[in-house]
Design a protein around this ligand. Structure first.
Ligand code: TXA
Ligand code: MG
Length: 349
């Protein structure tokens, strides 16, 4: 066991990033806030340091990492070239929650890309993240700072739950803004959406025209299809309890969830309902929590991982509503269905 130091970036902005930069330069690991979720960073050009990330997380070796940079021009050293569509997207969305995947340069160690010919790069909007990358003077390889398979961390406390005693430093920047990980887009001739996020298909198409969307964002991964986005095939976001997702009309869902709740409570199970602002009135007298506002799916994104962690250990079963998988709702439904193992109960009126 090592002692994990947690530095509050609001109280000590400089010492956190300075110490963090030094640890990363020396080949160590530092957890830090971004605008999406907390990342677990290491020197992205040092293969041994990157190996440390896989070990700390218990991450499968075939799941590649994202390199985080502090200024746009830093991408040039990491890719073969910068295609026009990538440049347009960088200008529109960087710094921000969009990760771009393109052919990697010889500088990028194979362990970062898990043996693929491409590498994922993003420039985070969070100022603490960028200050840390600058201090480290290297691209920072960083997956989400959770144990592999667990919900991504949106607070420093979540990071400590999973990695306390395993890493030397967590920089605490408070709760993250968006709550779900960045959008991942590969930028070939026709770009393809590999992981939905707060930067939506519609926003991307507004800049580069029609893109493709990976066919299984809401379905269990196809065994043969590991090369396109390796991260999608692994179990993810699982809460520590059973979880059921319901879909259909608002009224149909609410009625079915109510019945399921009552049946389980009668068997002494501790149930909680993930409801929305618009549907909470259906559940009066039952235990529910509001994930967010259906008309603003980004509000559901902001809360989902925190609620999966909190209720996963406080309930026997989570009964969750679903929302339309459009815009940021696609990001929400992608995370929700993965957390539930893709089971969705169809509800009729
Ligand atoms: O918001 C985020 O992206 C956060 C913060 C820390 O920046 N990071 C994050 O990293 O979510 P991670 O490792 O948990 O997710 C990276 C995703 C995985 O699904 C991985 O398979 C995919 O990006 N990915 C990385 N490199 C890739 C590549 N070369 N080709 C296809 N997919 C790739
Ligand atoms: Mg992750």
């Amino acid at each position: 066991m090592m002692q994990t130091q947690c530095i509050d970036a609001k109280k000590q902005p400089v010492s956190g990033t300075r110490l963090g930069g030094r640890i990363i330069k020396q080949g160590g690991l530092v957890a830090f806030p971004t605008e999406t979720v907390y990342g677990l960073g290491a020197d992205g050009l040092n293969a041994d340091a990157v190996r440390g990330i896989y070990e700390a997380k218990g991450r499968p070796a075939d799941n590649p990492l994202i390199l985080h940079i502090a200024k746009k021009s830093d991408v040039r050293a990491l890719w073969d070239d910068v295609p026009r569509k990538a440049r347009q997207l960088m200008d529109a969305f960087w710094p921000g929650p969009l990760t771009l995947v393109y052919n990697k340069s010889a500088l990028v160690p194979d362990i970062v890309s898990a043996g693929l010919d491409t590498v994922a790069v993003r420039m985070p909007a969070n100022k603490i993240a960028r200050a840390l990358i600058k201090a480290a003077q290297t691209p920072v390889a960083a997956p989400s700072a959770n144990k592999s398979g667990r919900p991504s961390p949106t607070t420093a406390q979540h990071v400590l739950e999973d990695l306390g005693g395993i890493i030397p430093l967590v920089i605490d920047g408070g709760g993250t803004l968006h709550g779900v990980e960045s959008t991942v887009l590969s930028v070939g001739a026709i770009p393809m959406l590999l992981r939905p996020g707060i930067v939506t298909q519609r926003m991307i198409e507004g800049v580069v025209g029609r893109i493709r969307v990976h066919a299984r964002l809401l379905l269990p991964p196809d065994e043969g299809d590991t090369a396109v986005s390796p991260g999608m095939k692994h179990r993810h976001y699982a809460p520590d309890c059973q979880m059921l997702v319901f879909c259909g009309s608002l009224y149909g869902m609410a009625r079915r969830i109510g019945e399921e709740y009552d049946a389980r409570v009668a068997q002494n199970q501790d149930c909680v309902i993930f409801a929305t602002q618009q549907t909470q009135h259906f559940y009066r007298g039952r235990k529910y929590v509001i994930i967010g506002d259906r008309d603003h799916p980004e509000t559901l994104c902001a809360n989902i991982f925190r609620l999966l962690r909190a209720w996963g250990s406080a309930a026997d079963v989570i009964l969750s509503e679903s929302i339309a998988a459009e815009d940021a709702g696609l990001a929400f439904m992608n995370r929700l269905l993965r957390a539930a193992g893709y089971a969705c109960i169809e509800c009729r009126e």
